[in-house]
Design a binder for this molecule. Sequence first.
Ligand code: MSP
Length: 508
Amino acid sequence: MQYKFIMSKKFYITTPIYYVNDKPHIGHSYTTTIADILARYHRMKGEKVLFLTGTDENSQKNVEAAEKSGEKNIKKYLDKIAAIWQETWDSFGISNDDFIRTTEKRHIVAVNKFFETVWKKKDIYEGSYEGWYCAGCEAFKKESDLVNGLCPDHKKAPEKIKENNLFFRVTKYRDALLEFIGKNPEFIQPKSRRNEVVNFIRDYMEDFSITRENASCGIPVPKIAKYKKNASLYVWFDALLNYVSAIGYGKNPAKFKKFWPADLHLVGKDIIKFHCAYWPAMLMSAGLPLPKKVFAHGFFTINGEKISKSLGNAIDPLEVSKKFGIDAIRYFLIREIRLGEDGDFSFERLNERYNNELANELGNLISRVLAMTEKYFDGKTPKKAPARLFYAWKEYDEDMENLRLNEALEKIWQIVREANRIIDSERPWELAKINQKRLAEVIYVLLETFRHLAWMLYPIMPGTAEKIWEGLGIAKSEKKITYKQARKWGGLKQGTKVKKGEALFPRL
Ligand code: MSP
């Protein structure tokens, strides 16, 4: 007899770790929300998901922000702001499994171990460097990167720095990187970003310094280097390592083996070079496998303007969600901006989509049908009637797997609109007078369709999905079934008592 073990797949997904020089704004919640949607989708499919986010705390920017805020004790400042990030994600319903702070011991242990490995590989050497450093980017800039002498992202003139530093021999991995990218077309997504990275690696990439002198923060250079006492590690070199330190690199080999390599690093397009060139080279140097995919999403503006503190438009995600609800914001971010492209967050569009799509097309649909079930069937689900949603599921899965989230929503909305059309053409209020059998069929098909819709919506709008299941009277049992069972037509049992609760999306 042959035994077959069916192991559940793992899915390790990460967001960038955010600087704690300020609290989160809606741009940061964009990245985090997308990661949350994908984490929920993979959990829903029964996979063992690890969803990681966290804070990047060893940056000079944070120290400056602490000083500005009047807090002299930097640790106190970091604890306070890191807690705000954690609380924001909790209140925003983000389902991260772990939260890493780069000032934690587990991270520092991993960084030391990693440095030692790369040191022994002779990939670190001493050299000197002179260049333009942008504190906002925490990176050296080439003259050709500047626009009128300013960093195009931070609109500030970088500082001329000349230092003796330790360098990472990234150029040793140039060919290997190009070969890897060539052989793994899925690695850099969307496709349109691949050329940008390949050009950088091929034509511009130079060994980069991984230490800073006299910095008032940062992880001390590991002892093995016997390097200057006043030097610390360059913040990006330490920050990228969060992805392995959080899963026990250098400490918990079993956990590390279980989750590494990451299945997806989700990042903004501003930091693609770090994730698709430096990071993979660092991993090659340490003899570790490379992540399976890096997806860079676009940036968005607010009412056409770049998000910035000085413009006063750095919207707090919790503030907007007070008016519209978290799910409406999640819906809007995904529906309005095609993943990978830039877009605009406008309150006018948000209002429009809220009223037309959420309140009218979805919210009204559900409450009308629940009301009809109460009126015509005493609130009890009528006898099962046949229909199929097989192809819709197939397309939905393909979209979700391939990160076409706005297209998945588009497909879901086709079902919503079709359900509305069924009501318009079947006119249940007239059927009630002349054809009870047909009426029962129509109502069953609509209710069962809602059960499916809730599953499809769950990763994107978890609160709404729960409310729909509640309305259908199946809130508890629905969580116990597998994804495969959920997708079968006819899950809703005859006689199940429905309940028309409050409106899903109350009129504003
Ligand atoms: N600390 C580094 C990342 C280290 S990862 C090893 C960093 N932090 S950050 O706080 O500046 O956050 C950058 C990320 O926030 C971007 O890559 C992007 O994911 C997100 N966004 C910040 N502003 C944004 C918009 N306006 N629009 C979309 N995403 C935005 O860089």
